[in-house]
Design a protein around this ligand. Structure first.
Ligand SMILES: Cc1cc2nc3c(=O)[nH]c(=O)nc-3n(C[C@H](O)[C@H](O)[C@H](O)COP(=O)(O)OP(=O)(O)OC[C@H]3O[C@@H](n4cnc5c(N)ncnc54)[C@H](O)[C@@H]3O)c2cc1C
Length: 595
């Protein structure tokens, strides 16, 4: 197939790097997709969904009434099936499986958000600090019981006065006169599993200055949990403050090094963000199932509402977003697995952590898209339910309330949007990303009209849209870079750049997946076309908005014209495309590409 868009970097690096989707052409490197899951990975997913159906769904009423004892019991049962052991090394009672399986298990536990949050906080941000940063003695003491679900973990970073600005925490620890304990004073806020966890990873400042993580056990003298919060959503999950009044914590419980707690806090959040995307993916599929079932049976004007174009449009868009989200989520998980496979010692937790950090840009992208796309899909799902969507008898009402928090925790979406271009510029400045080289290439391409020939071949307009989104990012990034350090203060510009990068990653992933897949090309191509038709327009609109905020008035018209050359509106009859998708949704009773 003739390549219609030239490459942005001269040579593609042999080792994949986080963020390289911005520079490499679509499909330049194969990546993990649902089509490539192993039998074992599929089996774990099936075990997880089976458990959710048989044990969690029937318990929803009791969990919503805040039955923490039941949550503990369910975690134990999940443990018996190995679902809480996936990320824990075999030497400490776990299964030591790959990131892809870990994400599949997370996705499998989604469909009732209070449970997903409880489970996610335990296996993810609660247990992983000990997996990655614990001493052998700490691992031996805590991990076997966390892996089996006998004990429950929580992660305590936020405080009443410090959420996004987590490093300004006021909780303090001082060494006791005999040097054997830390005396902890202060309080944490909004801690998931707070009311019933056994093991808390608590971030505080030793001597009021050194940001540090401590493992604090339930029952520690001077450590208590406050009352359960009354929340908009995820009401069945436990969220409490933690109170420390001269709490006595043994010095052996320092996790990592004194003064290096930020490394633990932020690295663990990267994993938390990826896992949140996997949970959100499960939520998208649950919603599509509920919405398709409702639309198929609800009659108005003598017809099923599923026959109306505006309802079909919502179902098709939800399926396309879900398809893209699958591609993005498992691509990131597979990239981490590949990076871990290249480590000299795959069991080295620091190496594993570095492999995860490499994909921090993707983690922030996944956090934003997972939470926002799920919210859109649930919002439209509720709309499909009409008045019934607004009453408690239908679970979509709860899902609508439950999903709102995803834009707030694991770093708000504002913070994650700021992080995306922030990390890109930082890596470029360190010479770890060929940003400058690629920016120059875009300038050369713009100077030479012949560089852009018309698209040819399968999904050609979509491929061109993806390559152009990357160029739009680079074009706007060039202007953003002229601001120097003051760019940090221009948050709207950074958020617009983040959005262009998000769409570029989404299109690159959905296309890479679709072009590599065999079988059912009609459905996959349609999902890809529908997603890309909207994504490339969003990318262009956000690149334009970044430029308008950046370029001086005398130059803006000329620069907008240049940007316009990096975009071509391609007509897509989305009504026709969606008819390749909706019958499959209605026949499957939900998302049509089950694992
Ligand atoms: C149900 C629930 C469960 C939670 N579970 C946990 C948990 O298990 N462990 C834990 O440690 N925490 C947990 N949290 C806390 C959560 O992580 C914080 O609420 C979140 O980080 C935001 O902090 P904040 O609420 O203080 O908001 P703030 O930081 O005060 O932010 C308020 C608004 O200002 C914006 N903002 C803040 N700073 C900036 C900036 N620099 N630039 C632009 N905008 C900015 C934010 O995006 C937000 O829109 C939980 C919260 C909830 C609601």
């Amino acid at each position: 197939m003739a390549e219609q868009v030239p490459e942005l970097v001269q040579e593609i690096e042999s080792t994949p790097r986080g963020g390289d989707f911005l520079f490499n052409p679509v499909g330049s490197r194969p990546f993990m997709t649902p089509e490539r899951f192993s039998e074992e990975q599929r089996q774990f997913f099936a075990t997880g969904t089976g458990f959710l159906q048989s044990d969690v769904f029937p318990a929803i009423g009791r969990i919503e009434a805040k039955d923490n004892a039941l949550l503990r019991q369910l975690l134990g049962k999940a443990g018996e099936l190995g679902l809480t052991a996936v990320d824990v090394p075999e030497s400490f009672g776990g299964l030591g499986l790959d990131e892809t399986t870990s994400m599949l298990v997370a996705e499998s536990q989604s469909g009732y958000a209070s449970w997903a949050t409880t489970f996610g906080a335990h296996v993810g941000i609660g247990s992983l600090p000990i997996v990655f940063f614990g001493t052998p003695a700490q691992k031996a003491r805590y991990l076997p019981d966390l892996a089996s679900g006998k004990k429950v973990a929580a992660y305590a970073l936020s405080e009443a006065g410090s959420g996004s600005d987590a490093l300004s925490a006021k909780t303090v620890a001082r060494l006791s006169p005999d040097g054997k304990h830390y005396l902890v004073n202060g309080g944490k806020m909004w801690i998931t599993n707070g009311g019933f966890a056994d093991v808390y990873v608590v971030f505080l400042k030793v001597d009021g200055t050194k940001f540090t993580a401590l493992i604090v056990e339930r029952g520690t003298p001077g450590f208590t949990q406050g009352r359960e919060e009354h929340k908009l959503g995820i009401r069945g999950s436990s969220t409490t403050p933690l109170i420390f009044e001269d709490a006595l914590v043994p010095v052996e419980n320092v996790l990592g090094e004194v003064g290096k707690g930020h490394k633990i806090a932020f690295n663990i959040l990267n994993v938390g963000r990826l896992k949140l995307a996997a949970f959100a993916l499960g939520g998208m599929k649950w919603t599509l199932r509920a919405s398709a079932a409702y639309a198929a049976q609800r009659k108005q004007f003598g017809k099923n509402i599923a026959s109306f174009g505006l309802i079909r449009e919502k179902l098709a868009r939800a399926a396309a977003q879900t398809y893209a989200s699958e591609a993005m989520t498992y691509r990131a998980a597979g990239a981490i697995d590949d990076a871990i496979a290249q480590l000299p010692d795959r069991g080295d937790p620091q190496g594993v952590m570095a492999a995860i950090e490499e994909y921090a840009i993707e983690a922030s992208i996944m956090k934003v898209t997972g939470s926002e796309w799920m919210f859109q899909i649930i919002d439209e799902g509720l709309q499909i339910h009409g008045g019934n969507g607004f009453v408690e008898d239908y679970p979509i009402e709860r899902a609508y309330r439950d999903c709102r928090v995803n834009r707030i925790f694991e770093g708000t979406n504002e913070i994650n949007r700021l992080l995306i271009p922030g990390m890109i510029f930082k890596r470029a400045m360190k010479g770890e990303m060929p940003l400058l080289q690629a920016v120059q290439r875009v300038d050369e391409e713009l100077a030479d009209q012949a560089q852009f020939s018309p698209p040819v071949g399968r999904l050609a307009a979509e491929r061109r849209g993806a390559e152009m989104a990357k160029r739009q990012f680079l074009f706007a990034a060039k202007w953003a870079a002229t601001l120097g350090p003051s760019l940090e203060q221009r948050q709207e510009v950074l958020a617009a750049l983040a959005d262009v990068a998000i769409e570029a990653y989404a299109m690159d992933s959905v296309l890479g997946r679709t072009l590599a897949a065999s079988g059912d090309t009609v459905l996959r191509d349609a999902l890809c076309k529908l997603f890309c038709a909207e994504s490339r327009e969003r990318a262009f609109a956000r690149a334009r908005s970044a430029l308008c905020d950046l370029v001086p008035p005398g130059e803006i018209e000329a620069q907008l014209q240049q940007l316009a050359r990096l975009h071509k509106f391609t007509a897509v009859n989305t009504c026709e495309v969606r008819e390749e998708i909706v019958p499959a949704i209605l026949e499957a009773g939900g998302y049509p590409l089950a694992y």
